[in-house]
Design a protein. Structure first.
Length: 294
């Protein structure tokens, strides 16, 4: 990517490009001739009147990496340079309609045709990679060409508006980063049990220990079993510990004592309460204060 010297390089590239197409006796200058003066020789004026960031070509591409230096390459912005290109005669225009300057093939038309041929046949500028060029309509920056020429104290002239967009480096090329040598990934199997699955398994376990039967299942129909987020042993995926189990609701009073006795035995964190998908379930603490018998 190019540095701020790019704008000067653009001028030089345009000068070289135009000289290949214009006659040798045509001068090229990169400013405007003095007001109320006549150039000694026929002249093409290339006037840079506007420079701004080209927001339409703003790039979201990430910065490159120099593996040898271990640094990120500088970022860049696209800068648009707008030029006004005009032709200036070497003599005052004549009022006679039969003069060469008044003919269809007058000098101004011939020279500006050569300029246009140069511009449209050089979409890329020599030694400026990434440059984008185009011939454009009149720009708002010039207000109106009539006012522009009036400000110069001169009559209107045939002109071309030319735009060059070039990438220019930012001064952030010293960012050192650690190079990524290798990228790897691994897949570990973990136990995935939902709260509903665990609660259902514990309910079935409680029904079994109470002696099964439809009457026991009916007695537990109003009992809620709630588990909080679980802890899975990373070194043993066949073991899961519930940090807290809450049993609440109402049941038949004749079963309340047996239920509390069973739940009391579950909460010592050393007994496998049930097994789900080859995963043993342990419980650290059980809360039954909201379980009532009627």
């Amino acid at each position: 990517m190019l540095k701020m010297q790019t704008i000067i390089d653009v001028n030089k590239a345009m000068d070289a490009m135009l000289r290949k197409y214009l006659n040798k006796d045509i001068e090229i200058r990169f400013d405007l001739p003095e007001i109320n003066t006549v150039p000694p020789n026929a002249t093409v004026s290339v006037f840079l009147y506007d420079i701004h960031e080209d927001l339409q070509l703003r790039s979201a591409e990430s910065r490159g990496f120099n593996a040898t230096a271990g640094k990120l390459l500088p970022g860049w912005v696209n800068v648009k340079c707008n030029y006004l290109i005009t032709y200036w005669e070497s003599s005052c225009p004549k009022s006679d309609a039969s003069s060469p300057d008044s003919q269809p093939c007058n000098q101004a038309i011939q020279v500006m045709s050569q300029v246009l041929e140069a511009l449209i046949n050089n979409r890329q500028l020599t030694d400026i990679p990434g440059a984008y060029t185009k011939v454009i309509p009149q720009q708002e920056n010039l207000n109106s060409l009539g006012n522009f020429w009036q400000a110069l104290g001169n009559r209107p002239r045939l002109s071309l508006n030319y735009s060059v967009t070039v990438p220019i480096s930012l001064n952030n090329g010293q960012d050192s980063v650690t190079q990524i040598i290798d990228v790897s990934s691994s897949v570990e199997q973990t136990t995935s049990l939902s709260q509903e699955t665990i609660s259902h398994a514990l309910r079935e376990r409680l029904i079994t220990e109470l002696g099964k039967g439809d009457d026991i299942r009916l007695a537990l129909s109003k009992v809620e079993i709630f588990t909080v987020p679980t802890n899975i042993a990373q070194d043993n995926l066949t073991q899961m510990t519930l940090s807290f189990l809450s049993v609440s609701g109402i049941t038949h009073k004749k079963y309340l004592t047996d239920i509390n006795k069973i739940l009391s035995g579950w909460g010592n964190n050393s007994v496998v309460i049930t097994t789900i998908n080859d995963c043993n379930i342990y419980i650290e603490k059980i809360e039954t204060s909201n379980l009532f018998g009627i």
